[in-house]
Design a protein around this ligand. Structure first.
Ligand SMILES: Cc1cc2nc3c(=O)[nH]c(=O)nc-3n(C[C@H](O)[C@H](O)[C@H](O)COP(=O)(O)OP(=O)(O)OC[C@H]3O[C@@H](n4cnc5c(N)ncnc54)[C@H](O)[C@@H]3O)c2cc1C
Length: 376
């Protein structure tokens, strides 16, 4: 590009907005990221102790097939940042009668040529004595997969942008956008003008892009953190992530997961079943009763559950789209990226890079949308 650089305003400093901003900056855009809260914003979907990256994806072959490219994009990010925020743990999937997610994931791994080991219950119990495997038929062990340190990544991305000439403006809500003129109105009544606007507003996206309001469902999710007994801590540091998932969209099948402690983070236990309810601006503190219920449900997968202590918990929002497929829409100068359906973090840098290709004309819109929805 020559002459005056094109300008971009990105709304939202989550993993998608910041990753897109980094890639736009590298393409020659002058970039400002505008965030309604602090950066990192603990109410955004991208801020927590960790987010998982894994090849195990049930029947969602398309997204499973993108995970190698996602890993490569993280490597490029670590090189840019000069710091790495990833710990490989490996992945353990538990398979129960009537739940096909683990088996489907194994079939997808076969298609991708990824190696895994099937363990019968006895072998799994010997190898993973920290788990309660009652009712488990078999387990699948995959060497790949690990934990991305989410909050440090958001922090590092924002620092990287600022160091390289981008702007990150916290505590400033965008109230509306004029897609045709390329105007963004801020809460104090002022506005910004840009050649390109990107709405990367997570569960708030429908407010700035009303056409998506009926398509996206914010889904309030709970996670809790548990204190590990001292004598088990070293063993937990060597544990894989544990995925005990029923049907991804079901609220009737249990869908619990455990994230082992990495770095300073405690053991995290969560429920992956979509609640499909909630408003990201209200009800952000889980009640003690809610947390206790989640803790009781999730610690059932642990051997000696009574020895673990509930430390704390939090709410976080998924933004659920039909078939959990990521969405892109474009109108005038404005774009929106949304619908990351509880599995978007791992793809943040990769999506940012592909979006910058679209913005700079190296990729057409149909190809980008097909790729983003992982339609094969
Ligand atoms: C409990 C939980 C566990 C998850 N686990 C995983 C996992 O293991 N692996 C994985 O890959 N993904 C996981 N995800 C999903 C992943 O975290 C999200 O898909 C991803 O973080 C979405 O990023 P985002 O940038 O789109 O949204 P966000 O991170 O929510 O960022 C949007 C930002 O926009 C800001 N904003 C909104 N409206 C405005 C406005 N009007 N003006 C200015 N700023 C605004 C918000 O404050 C927010 O900071 C999980 C999500 C949750 C909740």
């Amino acid at each position: 590009m020559s002459g005056t650089p094109p300008t971009a305003v990105v709304i939202g400093a989550g993993v998608i907005g910041l990753s897109a901003a980094r890639a736009l900056l590298a393409t020659g855009y002058r970039v400002e990221v505008i965030e309604q809260g602090p950066v990192p914003n603990a109410h955004g979907s991208s801020v927590d102790s960790g987010r998982l990256i894994r090849h195990t994806y049930g029947t969602q072959h398309g997204y499973a097939a993108l995970v190698d490219a996602a890993y490569a994009a993280w490597e490029r990010l670590w090189a840019d940042l000069g710091e790495t925020h990833y710990t490989q743990t490996g992945t353990l999937m538990l398979s129960r009668p009537g739940a096909s997610w683990a088996q489907d994931s194994a079939a997808t791994l076969d298609r991708l040529g990824k190696r895994y080991r099937v363990l019968d219950r006895g072998e799994a119990a010997r190898r993973f004595p920290l788990l309660n495997l009652e009712g488990v038929e078999r387990a699948y062990w995959v060497e790949t997969g690990g934990v991305l340190a989410a909050e440090p990544i958001i922090d590092a991305l924002a620092r990287h942008l600022r160091v390289h000439g981008g702007a990150v403006t916290p505590h400033t809500a965008v109230t509306d956008i004029d897609a045709e003129r390329g105007h963004v109105r801020l809460e104090d009544g002022s506005h910004r003008a840009a050649d390109l606007i990107l709405v990367a507003a997570g569960p708030w996206a429908g407010r700035l892009w009303p056409e998506l309001d009926d398509v996206l469902t914010p889904s309030r999710q709970l996670v809790c953190y548990a204190d590990i007994p001292d004598d088990l801590y070293t063993a937990w540091r060597r544990m894989p992530m544990v995925l005990d998932i029923g049907e991804a969209d079901s609220r009737t099948q249990g869908s619990v997961y455990a994230v082992p402690p990495v770095g300073d983070a405690p053991l995290k236990l969560g429920d992956h079943a979509f609640s499909l309810t909630g408003d990201p601006d209200v009800d952000r503190s889980p009640s003690a009763a809610e947390l206790q219920r989640l803790f009781e449900m999730t610690r059932r997968q642990l051997a000696e559950p009574a020895r673990y202590r509930l430390l704390s918990g939090r709410t976080c929002f998924y933004t659920v789209a039909p078939d959990s497929q990521f969405l892109h829409r474009c109108q005038g100068r404005a774009h929106v990226l949304a619908g990351f359906s509880g599995h978007g973090f791992k793809f943040g840098p990769l999506i940012g890079e592909r979006f910058a290709e679209l913005a700079s004309g190296r990729l057409d819109e149909t190809t980008f949308q097909t790729w983003l929805a992982a339609r094969q």
